[in-house]
Design a protein around this ligand. Structure first.
Ligand SMILES: Nc1nc2c(c(=O)[nH]1)N[C@H]1C(S)=C(S)[C@@H](COP(=O)(O)O)O[C@H]1N2
Ligand SMILES: [Mo]
Length: 325
């Protein structure tokens, strides 16, 4: 269902410094800062359970670890698991990085995924049935957030191409739109009605079919934890992290380019393409370097986040597009 949203809140860019401040400021302007803040701090239902206990409850735990695909090498050290699972962006659970305990409240079984739109035959499939059909492997990928920080993560999952083969999009499908769950009872960020929930992302079919485009179901040799997007998320490592939508329930094939969550919030700052480029600054900060989370280092950012050899061809002849925002 579409909700009607106020559009009058956009702020001059000079007032703010990053995604989080941008949104906190907006919340403040709405006069809801105190209430929303209080609602987002602290744990959800499962917050008292240890990681081990949560993992043991996951029916897919026995599938991991899976063999690593040696094709995709990253020269940097892997980010410590503790860091990658406790420093997160997942606005459904709060507009700050420490959402991992709040996210434990998300029920991840049963979990149905809908495939619809321009496909041979729309269908729904449960995550465990999908896992049985998909060829699981591990890939070590860089993750570069638009906020100028990065990690290196060993994901487990399957190429999105395998999902396309199952979905059978029709020739007229040019894009695939992906959406996160809606469950404001546990994802309290979703009570903040000024965000355009549910979180929506999209890729062209060509991007989705690219071998680098990966559907994540695990990380560090275990099922992917809730805070990182259980039970199914995207990893498109040559694009800014916000493209890598978490906890997906819908794939819709369409001939229309979808409007994405961040694009709807701030179209001049977060676009559809969002390919990493050190030479194209965000309107409010430079993208030349990135903070390596878990260290005190900053390193130079690479074009397409280091994956240019694989993906630059996807954008040949598209010089008129805002490819790097
Ligand atoms: N549904 C949803 N997906 C999301 C986000 C979000 O807020 N909600 N944040 C994005 C952003 S900005 C980043 S950088 C990555 C962070 O993934 P991680 O927490 O696993 O490192 O998730 C992306 N996917
Ligand atoms: Mo991000």
């Amino acid at each position: 269902m579409r909700i009607i949203r106020k559009k009058g809140w956009e702020l001059p860019e000079r007032l703010v410094t990053d995604e989080t401040v941008f949104l906190n400021r907006r919340r403040f302007m709405q006069g809801a800062g105190a209430v929303a803040g209080a609602g987002l701090v602290g744990g959800g239902l499962g917050a008292g359970l240890s990681d081990m206990a949560m993992a043991a409850q996951d029916p897919s735990a026995g599938l991991y670890p899976v063999p690593r695909n040696p094709e995709y090498k990253v020269s940097r050290p892997i980010t410590p698991e503790e860091t990658a699972t406790t420093y997160n962006n997942f606005y459904e659970f709060g507009s700050h990085k420490r959402i991992s305990s709040a996210a434990q409240a998300l029920p991840i079984r049963p979990w149905e995924i809908a495939i619809q739109g321009e496909v041979e035959k729309p269908f729904k499939i449960g995550i465990d049935e999908l896992l049985k059909k998909m060829p699981l492997e591990e890939r070590v990928y860089r993750l570069r957030c638009v906020e100028a920080w990065s990690m290196v993560i060993p994901w487990s999952g399957f190429p999105m191409k395998a999902l396309l083969d199952l979905a059978k999009p029709l020739g007229k499908a040019k894009y695939v739109k992906m959406q996160t769950f809606m469950n404001a009872d546990v994802a309290r960020g979703q009570r903040q009605h000024w965000y355009p929930w549910p979180y929506t992302e999209g890729l062209t079919i060509k991007e989705a079919a690219h071998d680098l485009t990966f559907m994540v179901t695990g990380m560090y040799g275990k099922p992917v934890p809730r805070q990182n997007g259980a039970p199914l998320r995207l990893a498109v490592p040559w694009k800014y992290g916000f493209k890598s939508v978490k906890s997906i329930v819908l794939f819709e094939f369409t001939d229309q380019r979808p409007t994405t969550f961040w694009e709807e919030i701030a179209p001049s700052e977060y676009g559809f393409w969002a390919n990493v480029n050190p030479d194209v600054p965000h309107p409010r900060w430079s993208q030349e370097t990135e903070e390596v989370i878990g260290t005190d280092k900053r390193i130079p950012t690479q074009i397409y986040n280091g994956y240019g050899d694989y993906v630059a061809d996807l954008y040949k002849g598209m010089e008129g597009e805002r490819l790097f925002m």
